[in-house]
Design a protein around this ligand. Structure first.
Ligand code: SF4
Ligand code: FES
Length: 195
């Protein structure tokens, strides 16, 4: 693996070939907010909160830092008017679904997002997919699944697997940015496992 040197927020950062911009930034203690990223999971690119500006050969584009590769000579800006505007909008949209999420509220404060900009449609899950992917990729269990499509998409516990494997695990619980997962488990636990 050879090294590449790129600039992040004006600093020269050494990265290994194959690293993403997020990994390169974090290796240099430069923080980029994420909601659907986890270092043990395959990149997903769902939330776009990690959007940054990447400039190469005079052209600048907005990219998801958790997916975009660290390239030689790239100039990356993790904060700019454009980046902050996108993050603010994403947070406002997500807050309509999960208005009580402490993590979203904290980020809203940082990016000046209006928690009441959009009409509330509380589904409480923001479909980051962390729970489902962690269960499948790290635990190899598939006890949590995403069902339906479009606006009706939601996570659910698969009772036959969850009743055997979840009680002693719950490793996905602290990953959930909204606490919906815990509530969903309490519900399914009460309904399915103790009949
Ligand atoms: S339940 Fe939580 S962790 Fe799972 S997809 Fe929804 S917000 Fe993400
Ligand atoms: S953290 Fe990169 S898209 Fe969600």
């Amino acid at each position: 693996m050879s090294d590449v040197v790129l600039q992040i927020d004006g600093r020269a950062v050494n990265a290994k070939k194959g690293m993403t911009l997020l990994e390169a930034a974090r290796s240099a203690a430069i923080s980029i907010p994420t909601l659907c990223y986890h270092e043990k999971l395959e990149p997903y690119g769902g939330c776009r909160l990690c959007t940054v500006e990447a400039e190469a050969r005079g052209s600048t584009k907005l990219v998801a830092a958790c997916l975009y590769p660290a390239e030689q000579g790239l100039m990356v800006r993790t904060r700019s008017k454009k980046v902050d505007k996108i993050r603010k909008l994403i947070l406002e949209l997500l807050l309509a679904h999960a208005p009580l999420s402490e993590e979203l509220r904290r980020l809203a404060g940082e990016y000046g997002a209006d928690r009441n900009r959009f009409e509330k449609e509380p589904s409480f899950c923001i479909l980051c997919g962390l729970c489902e992917r962690y269960c499948a990729e790290v635990k190899g269990k598939n006890a949590v699944g995403l069902i339906n499509s479009g606006a009706r998409r939601e996570i659910c516990f698969i009772p036959e697997i969850a009743s055997k494997d979840c009680t002693g695990c719950k490793e996905c619980f602290p990953l959930c940015p909204t606490s919906y997962l815990q509530a969903a488990f309490v519900l399914v636990d009460g309904l399915m496992f103790h009949q």
